[in-house]
Design a protein around this ligand. Structure first.
Ligand SMILES: [Fe+2]
Ligand SMILES: [Fe+2]
Length: 203
């Protein structure tokens, strides 16, 4: 079965279970925050223009909107059963693709390759979620994600960099989907935690 079909099947299963969907939503919110923080850290002061500020603002608002669906305002985040899998996908992708870039300025290519995935993920989530509140928020987010993808020139990078970024992301995505399946379809349930891998710092 292709990774796309596996992902759609596991997402469909998650959307049948409110507790699991809450965990999924919270992990998405945490990843939107990680994306926002990546921009803040990666873009040097003299390159911060209105486009960069808009991107930071919109990614922060995605984290806020998704979080508002699942958690009380005052509560801080805790790791949930998907946090580590999501964080690992993001952090490894950031490190691996930044190395490929070579110039020390990896923001556009990392952001672009993630946006590619996001533009597949959110439409599939919209297709399967049965929650009207989620649908309304994810529709708003998706409209902005399309704008982000356009702002990176639809991936107009050197062909080799582009190809290797796509390949690296696909491998990490495959691993992420495997962990999603282990959690959602296996015996690991809410409140439990997947084993921690080494060298991963969350937060
Ligand atoms: Fe986003
Ligand atoms: Fe985005």
């Amino acid at each position: 079965m292709s990774v796309e079909s596996r992902f759609e099947s596991v997402l469909e299963a998650i959307c049948q279970d409110t507790e699991q969907e809450d965990v999924w939503l919270e992990m998405l919110s945490q990843l939107e925050f990680a994306g926002c923080r990546k921009i803040v850290k990666a873009v040097p002061f003299e390159r911060v223009n209105t486009g960069v500020l808009q991107h930071i603002m919109e990614e922060a608002s995605h984290a806020f909107l998704l979080r508002s669906l699942v958690r009380d305002r005052e509560e801080g985040w805790a790791t949930n059963p998907l946090t580590e899998a999501g964080w690992e996908y993001f952090q490894r992708l950031d490190h691996s693709v930044s190395v490929l870039e070579g110039s020390g300025y990896s923001y556009p290519v990392v952001a672009w390759v993630i946006e590619r995935r996001v533009l597949e993920l959110y439409p599939l989530y919209l297709k399967h979620t049965q929650r009207a509140g989620v649908r309304s928020i994810v529709t708003r987010i998706l409209a902005q994600e399309k704008g982000h993808s356009e702002s990176f020139g639809h991936g107009d990078f050197a062909p080799e960099l582009r190809a290797r970024a796509i390949e690296t992301e696909a491998e990490l995505w495959d691993a992420f989907v495997g962990r999603l399946e282990a959690w959602a379809l296996g015996s690991v349930r809410l409140g439990a935690s997947l084993p921690l891998s080494t060298n991963l710092q969350i937060g």
